[in-house]
Design a protein around this ligand. Sequence first.
Ligand code: NDP
Length: 337
Amino acid sequence: MKWALLGASNIASEWMVGAIRAVGDEVVVVVSGSPERAQAFAKQHGVAHAFTDAQAADGALAGLGLGAVYVSNTNDKHEAAVLLAAQLGCHVLCEKPLALDLGAAQRMVDACRAAGVVMGTNHHLRHNSAHRQMRQVLREQGLGRLVAGRVSHSVFLRQKLQGWRVDNPAAGGGVVLDIAVHNADSLGFLLGEYPVEVMAMTHNSGMGQGVEDTAMSLWRYASGLTVFTHQGFTTPHASNRLELLGDQASLEARGVLNQAPGGELIWRRADGDLGLRLDHDNLYLYGLREMHKAIRGEVNDMATGEAGVQSLAVALAVLESARTGRSVAVQTPGGVA
Ligand code: NDP
C-alpha cells in the first residue's frame, strides 16, 4: 500500500517511516506547510515526492496511487488532513489527539465512515506486550473486584520537542492533550470502558508557556473503578507505571509507557508475585499490522477513530475540570474500546 505523510514531523521521521516500510508498505509522498521542510524530509528518507499543504489541497496527491495517509502535523491541522484523506478515498492513521475539540474529531470519523475508509488513531501504547497480557489476565482470571488504578506517566520532554507542545495552545500544546489521551486509551483497551467523570488539577512547573506541563486527575468509571493519573513534561528521573488493583490480585506494568518497546509486568496474588513473560515488539509496527487487519475486515486491536474521539473527550474533561475546579462529566456516552 502506498502512503502519503501529511506532516514532516519528528514522529514520522523517528518511528513511522520505518514502521510503514517494515510492514511492507511504501512511503511515496510527504506534505509540509513549508516547501523546504518537505524537500529536506523527502531527501532524508528517500521519499519520491514532496509537496506543500497548499499543493496537496489543490489536488497534487491525486494520481499517485495512494492507499493510505498518515497524519502527524500539529493537532490543529489534523482535521483538514483527515478530511483530505477521506476525499482521496484513502485509509487514514491519524495522530493523537485527533483534534482540539470533539466536534472536529467527530467530523473526521464521520468523513471516513462516509468515504468507506478505515480510520485509526495512533495510540501505540495499547500495543505494548504488557498491556496485551494484562488484558488477557483481566479477561481470563480477573483480579477479583477491581478497586483502583494508578497511572504514573510523567516524562521529560526532550529539548527538540519543546516547541509548540509547550508554548502554543492554538496548535494543541499542553501535557493533557499530549499524554492524558494515551492513558485514556490504554485504560480503555484494558477495561473496555472510559471514565464518565473526572476531577483534575493542572500546573505549570516551569516549561509550559501558556499551557500546562503537569496534570493530576481522578477518573471515575461507570463500573465503580477509580483511577489516579499523573501526566508531566518536566520530570527527567521519574519511572512510569500502570497498575490495576483488585481485591484478590493486582497487576503492575512498569516502564511500559514509552515509544520504544520494553518494560515488565508483575501479577501480585495471594500466592506471591509472578513476573509475566513479555514478547516485546515495535509498537508502531504492531499498530500498522492491526490497521492492515482492519482494512482486510479481520478482527483487530487497532485504536479506531472512535477510540480517538473517546480519548480526546477524557482529556478535554480533564482540562475543563482543572479550569473550573469542579468535577466534569466526560462528554461522550462512554463505550467499548
Ligand atoms: P513535530 O513538532 O516534530 O512536528 C509537528 C509539525 O511541526 C510538523 O508537521 C511540521 O509542520 C512542524 N515542524 C516540524 N519541525 C519544524 C521546525 N523545525 N520548524 C517549524 N515547524 C516544524 O511534532 P511531533 O512529531 O512530536 O508530533 C506530531 C504529531 O504526532 C502530534 O499530533 C503529536 O501529538 C503526535 N505524536 C504522537 C506520538 C505517538 O506515540 N503516537 C509521539 C509523538 C507525537 P509541517 O508538516 O508543516 O512541516
